[in-house]
Design a protein around this ligand. Structure first.
Ligand SMILES: [Zn+2]
Length: 215
């Protein structure tokens, strides 16, 4: 599948999961110095490969007819600073709701460690501005994901599939926090508990299938 087709397929999946709504959100994948990124204004649930534009790392269009997303600087910034290969930005309901209230989502579940632990909320700035890109890049330090205050969420990874999985996991974690906070003050995992999870995950190759041991 071409990078443009891959981006379109990822958008349709995220829309089917309820994370991308209407034209809100954007997705990109990088191969070398070429970035395939959703066009601004495309309806993401039914986006086609032709509605994905290819730019170089300076943002100049090299393939496609449509103008790229208004958050292009954010995507290019993540590639430059973190050497990622894919970026997903959504206005997913749970993540966006928490971004209106919290400065940081505490690490309430061990699966959040796959995203870097607690999730920072980047201070608010107008969409599509260098200020927003800078704010989000700082919030991503040491993390695969961040929330954007009163706006949404962003994830990055070394593959597009993984960036999509991060977006789904983040939305799930935000839903967990939301429900827990409705009942009381959620407990966060402390440093020692988090370190023990990472140790156990490495020892047991958590999250990957493997052959059963014969007893
Ligand atoms: Zn946005």
């Amino acid at each position: 599948m071409s990078d443009r087709a891959e981006v379109a397929a990822a958008c349709r999946r995220l829309a089917a999961e309820g994370l991308l709504i209407g034209t809100a959100g954007n997705v990109s994948v990088r191969t070398g110095d070429r970035v395939a990124v959703t066009a601004t204004g495309a309806v993401l649930a039914e986006i086609t490969a032709e509605q994905v534009t290819v730019v170089d790392t300076a943002g100049a269009v090299v393939a496609g007819e449509l103008a790229p997303t208004s958050e292009l600087d954010l995507h290019l910034g993540v590639y430059r600073r973190y050497g990622a290969s894919a970026v997903v930005h959504t206005h997913a309901p749970m993540a966006t709701a928490l971004s209106c209230v919290l400065d940081e989502v505490p690490c309430v579940h061990y699966q959040m460690l796959a995203l870097g632990g607690s999730v920072r909320v980047a201070p608010y700035a107008t969409f599509g501005t260098p200020e927003l890109a800078e704010s989000v890049l700082a919030a991503l330090d040491g993390r695969a994901v961040a929330l954007l205050a009163n706006h949404g969420a962003v994830t990055h990874a070394d593959t597009l599939d993984r960036a999509v999985e991060h977006a789904l996991l983040l939305e799930w974690a935000c839903g967990v926090y939301w429900r827990a906070a409705a009942l009381g003050t959620p407990r966060a995992l402390d440093e020692r508990q988090q370190a023990a999870v990472i140790e156990a995950a490495i020892a047991r190759q958590y999250g990957t299938t493997r052959k059963a041991e014969r007893r």
